[in-house]
Design a protein around this ligand. Structure first.
Ligand code: 4NP
Length: 162
C-alpha cells in the first residue's frame, strides 16, 4: 500500500520542500517511487503558491536534487489524509499538534520530528536557514539526507511488521 508522507515547516519554501526533494530523490534511486506519495506544507501561509527559495533550490541542485514544491499551507484534512507527518522543528510540531487538538479523533496521522529518524544528527531540529547565509542551506541538506534515508528505512521496516 502507498505510504503518504507529508513534510512540514513554517514557510514551506526552505526546509520542507528540501525534505520532499531529498526524499523523492532517494526513493527514485532505490526504485521505491511507487510505494510513496510525498508532499510538503507550511504552518504559515505567507508564501503560498511560491516555488522553493532560490538559495534552497541552488543548494539542492548542486547535489543533483530537484525541488518540485509550490508552497501551500497545512490544512486540517492533511491530518487524516497523510499517514506520516514530519515536522522540521519543535515549533512546527507544536503547531501541528494544536491542529490535532482542533481536529480531534479524525486526526489519524503519525506525527514526529523529522530528525527523530536521523542516524548521525546531533540535534532534533532542522534549523531555519531563511535569514542566514549559504552554509545554513548546506546544513539543512546534510541533516535531511541523513533523516530521509533513516525515514525510508524506518517506514519500510514498519511496513513489514504489519
Ligand atoms: P521554512 O523557512 O520554514 O524552512 O520554509 C522560512 C521561510 C520563510 C519564513 C520563515 C521561515 N518567513 O518568515 O517568511
Amino acid at each position: 500500500m502507498t505510504k503518504k508522507v507529508l513534510f512540514v515547516c513554517l514557510g514551506n519554501i526552505c526546509r520542507s520542500p528540501a525534505a520532499e526533494g531529498v526524499f523523492l530523490h532517494l526513493i527514485e534511486q532505490r526504485q521505491l517511487t511507487d510505494q510513496f506519495l510525498v508532499d510538503s506544507a507550511g504552518t504559515g501561509g505567507w508564501h503560498v503558491g511560491n516555488p522553493a527559495d532560490q538559495r534552497m533550490q541552488a543548494a539542492a541542485r548542486r547535489r543533483g536534487i530537484h525541488l518540485p514544491s509550490r508552497a501551500r499551507q497545512l490544512e486540517l484534512g492533511d491530518l487524516e489524509s497523510f499517514d506520516h507527518i514530519l515536522a522540521m522543528d519543535q515549533d512546527n510540531l507544536h503547531n501541528v499538534n494544536s491542529m490535532v487538538k482542533e481536529f480531534g479523533p479524525r486526526s489519524t496521522a503519525n506525527i514526529r520530528l523529522m530528525l527523530s529518524h536521523a542516524r548521525r544528527a546531533d540535534t532534533l531540529e532542522v534549523p531555519d536557514p531563511y535569514y542566514g547565509g549559504d552554509l545554513g542551506f548546506e546544513r539543512v541538506l546534510d541533516l535531511l539526507e541523513d533523516a530521509c534515508a533513516g525515514l525510508i528505512e524506518d517506514l519500510l521496516a514498519s511496513g513489514t511488521k504489519r
